[in-house]
Design a protein around this ligand. Sequence first.
Ligand code: G3I
Length: 315
Amino acid sequence: PKGLGALAERKRRYFGVAWDVNRAVDSDYTQLVLAQFDQITAENSLKWETTEPSRGVFNYTNGDFVVGTALANHMSFRAHVLVWHSQLPAWVTAGNFSKTELTSIMKNHIVNVAGHYKGKVYTWDVVNEVFNEDGTFRSTVFYDTIGAEFIDIAFKTARQTDPHALLAINDYNIDGTGAKSTAMINLVKGAKRRGVPIDQIGAQAHLVVGTLPTDIQANWQAFTDIGVVVAVTEVDIRMPTPPTAESLAQQAADYKTVVSACLNIKKCVGVTVWGASDKYSWVPDVFPGEGAPLQWDDNLVPKPAYNATVQALLA
Ligand code: G3I
C-alpha cells in the first residue's frame, strides 16, 4: 500500500474510500484512489435496488467489479449494505407483505447477497440508519412490518451466511454524545445480551465544517467500551460553497480531529472517506449551496484537508 493507506497501516488502521463502477471511467481519479487508499466501500452497487431489483432476481455485475478492483489492488472491501430503508426497490417498499413474508424476503436477500460475496468481505454493513435523531426507531418497511427484531434476525442471518465477515450497524449523527448515540449503545448492549452477533459500530461522520461535536473521541470510545470495535465509515465535512481560505483551513482542522480521534481509540479500526474528490460528492445534490467536503478538489489537487490527514496519521 501507498499514500494514506500506508500511513494508516503503520498505526494498525486502514484508510479507505467510497468508489464505484461509475467512477472507473475516470482513470485519473481511479489512479488517485488506487494510489492513496487501502480499503474500498462500494458507494451504491451493493444496495438492494441494485442487487435484487426484482424479487428473487439477483444482479452482482457492478458489485463484482468493485470487489474485484479492491482485491486485485490488495485493498480490503467493506460491503454496504444489506438492510436499509433507502434505495430499496418498490417491490419491497410497496409490497404490503406480512411479517412472516417480509422476514423471509429479508433473510433470503441476506443469504443470497452475503453468500455471493462470502470470503471477500472484511466488514458488512448489516443494518443502516435504524434511528431517528431522538433515538427512537425510524419508521421503515422493516421496522413497521417486522418490529425491532428485524435487526437481530438480520445479524444472525449474516453471521450464518459469512461467518468470517465482521458485522456492523452503521448510522450518521452518532459522532458526538446525545440521544442517538445513547440509543446505539443501548441497542448493541441489548443485542449482545441476546447473543446477537454485532461486532462493529460504524459512525458515518457526515459532518459540517466548524461544527464538530467536541466529544467525538469520548463518544466513539464509549462505543468500544461495550465490546464492539468502531469504524469511521463515510467521512465528509461539508462547507458553504465556494470554499475560502478560512473554510479550507477549518476543514483541515476538522479532518485532523476525526482522524486523530480514531487513532487515539484502541479499538477504532479505520477511517473511510465518502469519496476522494469534491467533484464526485453526493453533498451538493442533497444540500444546495454546500459541498467541497472531501480531501481533493474538483481538479484532483490535494486540499489542506489532505495535508492535515497526513499530519494526523504521522503524529
Ligand atoms: O444510477 C442513476 C443514473 O442512472 C441516473 O441517471 C441518475 C440521475 O439522478 O441517478 C443515478 O442514481 C443515483 C445514485 O446515487 C448513483 O449515482 C441516485 O439518483 C442518487 O440518489 C444516489 O445517491 C446516493 C445516495 O446514497 C442515495 O441515498 C449517493 O451516490 C451515495 O453517496 C449516498 O450514500 C449514502 C450512504 O449509502 C448511506 N449514508 C449516507 C450516504 C450519503 O447520503
